[in-house]
Design a protein. Structure first.
Length: 250
């Protein structure tokens, strides 16, 4: 009898944990043409970083729908004047979908829309005209913690500072070298989506767990949102490296 009670309790806790994990995100169905542009691959990680809400893009019905239709609220438009609307279904994930709507229409979200590039061009703009503000967004994380995280978790491949100047991998650019790139902040803000990072990087509450059939090829790099914010704050604080010439990125 006691075993049944304990087993039932364990099952209830397990279901509660699963429900909690699922509550951190919502399912977004989107116009196939929009998905093919790659715009969501740029926007969704930035939204997840700021909010901790993970978005799964799905075919068919989702908790929200993003498409050029009359349903929902307008969020951005393409160069030909096509307006994309975000409609939100009633349900348990509606609050998370509304956070996405709020983010898309905020100053940060609008700047992110303007920074989406397809073939070197910016194909989208907010529905309401806004000035393009090319500024460095200052993270609010703990710089001291960020340096410790960078050395311990990123220093396996990158030279972070003089503290590990003989570490890293020779073919991997240092943090100082990466900061010479014009779009360095965009690269750092979404690094876990850029190859080879997705194969071994996990951001708590943001990335999906590894497929059991395709585990990480190396010891995973695991970060909490607090560590991630701290890491980004530290990156902002370091100086670009004087390379003598521009870094070539393939």
């Amino acid at each position: 009898m006691l075993f049944r009670v304990l087993a039932g309790f364990a099952l209830a806790v397990s279901l509660s944990v699963v429900a909690s994990a699922q509550s951190k995100g919502f399912r977004l169905s989107a116009d196939p043409v929009l998905v093919e542009t790659g715009a969501l691959r740029y926007l969704l990680p930035r939204f997840a970083l700021k909010t901790g809400v993970r978005v799964e893009v799905v075919d068919g019905t989702g908790d929200a729908h993003l498409a050029p239709s009359a349903d929902g609220l307008p969020v951005f438009q393409s160069l030909d004047g096509t307006v994309f609307h975000l409609s939100i279904a009633d349900g348990g994930q509606a609050d998370h979908a509304r956070r996405f709507l709020e983010w898309l229409t905020s100053d940060i979200g609008r700047r992110a829309i303007l920074k989406v590039k397809v073939g070197g061009a910016a194909p989208f703009a907010p529905v309401e005209a806004v000035a393009v503000i090319d500024v460095v967004e200052e993270p609010t994380g703990d710089i001291v913690l960020g340096e410790e995280v960078a050395l311990r978790k990123c220093g396996r491949c990158h030279v972070i500072s003089k503290k590990n100047r003989f570490g890293g991998i020779g073919s991997t650019p240092s943090f100082g070298a990466l900061k010479t790139l014009p779009a360095w902040q965009d690269r750092f803000d979404t690094f876990w989506t850029l190859n080879p990072h997705p194969a071994f990087t996990q951001i708590e509450g943001v990335t999906e767990p590894f497929d059991p059939q395709r585990p990480s090829p190396i010891a995973p790099v695991e970060l909490t949102l607090t560590e991630l914010e701290a890491l980004l704050a530290y990156v902002v604080s370091i100086k670009p490296k004087d390379l003598g010439k521009a870094l070539i990125v393939q």
